[in-house]
Design a protein around this ligand. Structure first.
Ligand code: P6P
Length: 345
């Protein structure tokens, strides 16, 4: 019996490059700059993946021996990821500036290169403290159009709310390497086939499952939470008059925890807590962690909240501003807002 001839309408293998081009065809007047920018991010992902997959073999495990602007110990892979993303983007003429978790100020385009129309903000290697334990880590990114007319990018080009975002997504370096992103027309997931070095479309039109399955929070900090967050967590555990019956999962790597929430359903949260007076609104950063993840989850039918309202509505006042994060199924995240409104004046 000869193999069935695939129907003409069923496209075969779709690489991320081909998918991005297909997306671009929907916008005849597009310049192609965003398309090329997304290519560059995919290429950065391949290079970073190649290092993370063999981190234990090369001398790139462990600390780089200095702290970043967050006061966190920089890992050697952090440095590699930051440098890779910067070097792939500093000369292309597509960006007017960049911003990174690893850099105190905005990152200008070197003066010998042209300034472009876009801004790239990113966390080069989120969860990097887990690398030495072989736990999944990731890269998170968001792309905005510049607001200033021309010349070098300025802080006003970077401090934009999530409502202005043009594209956002993440790479997760786990049991496989995936790139999940959206340009505002749904979410698509691509899996890296290391044998050919291509990201192939593996999860088209991703939607968060209707049924929540997991709740994901660092329960070790419960004593630092507000009453509303404690009662919300009881509700997730089937108390406080709830019929919920969820499993608890927490990896301690935001990209991996949000990725499981997106594909498995449920909620990931890192609430405000009193653990560190310097971080009263929790640990996660608004611009290059919460916003891209909230954008992806909302494009997949979920919701991203600060606990008091949409993450995407928040206008950043500072580059490394932190925010409480509740991301997942809209109904489950909405419940967090109810408990916080009721118990945390
Ligand atoms: P904690 C990793 O260090 C990170 O920035 C996020 O990826 C993760 O969600 C969070 O911190 C984990 O923080 O306090 O639970 O260890």
């Amino acid at each position: 019996m000869p193999p069935e001839t695939p129907k003409a309408t069923q496209p075969g293998v779709i690489t991320i490059e081909r998918h991005i081009l297909m997306e671009q065809e929907k916008f005849p007047d597009s310049s192609g700059a965003l398309t090329s920018l997304l290519y560059d991010i995919a290429l950065a992902g391949k290079l970073i993946a190649s290092r993370t997959q063999r981190a234990g073999l090369a001398d790139i495990l462990g600390s780089a021996g200095h702290e970043n602007v967050q006061g966190e110990d920089v890992q050697k892979l952090d440095v590699y990821a930051q440098r890779t993303i910067y070097q792939l983007n500093d000369h292309t003429g597509r960006l007017c500036c960049m911003a990174s978790e690893e850099s105190k100020d905005i990152i200008p385009i070197p003066e010998q290169y042209p300034n472009g129309e876009y801004v790239l903000v990113f966390d080069p290697l989120d969860g990097s403290t887990n690398i030495d334990f072989n736990v999944a880590v990731g890269t998170i990114f968001a792309i905005f159009r510049r607001r200033s007319k021309s010349g070098p990018g300025r802080m006003e080009d970077v401090l934009q709310s999530g409502r202005e975002i043009v594209a956002g997504g993440y790479l997760v370096y786990g049991s496989s390497t995936m790139l999940v992103y959206t340009t505002g027309h749904g979410v698509n997931g691509f899996t890296l086939d290391p044998s050919i070095g291509e990201f192939l479309l593996s999860h088209p039109n991703v939607r968060i499952p209707d049924q929540a399955k997991y709740y994901s929070v660092n329960q070790g900090y419960e004593k630092y939470w507000t009453e509303g967050v404690r009662r919300y967590t009881r509700w997730l555990q089937g108390e406080e008059g709830s019929s919920m019956s969820l499993s608890q999962r927490y990896i301690g790597s935001m990209v991996a925890d949000v990725h499981r929430t997106l594909f498995g359903g449920g909620v990931f949260y890192y609430p405000a807590d009193t653990k560190d007076p310097k971080k009263p609104t929790g640990k996660l950063r608004l611009l290059y962690e919460a916003v891209p993840m909230a954008y992806v989850i909302e494009q997949a039918g979920g919701y991203g909240s600060t606990g008091r309202g949409p993450i995407l509505d928040v206008k950043p006042e500072a580059l490394h501003q932190r925010t409480p994060v509740f991301i997942g199924n809209r109904d489950v995240v909405g419940k967090a807002e109810e408990f916080i409104a009721k118990y945390d004046r």
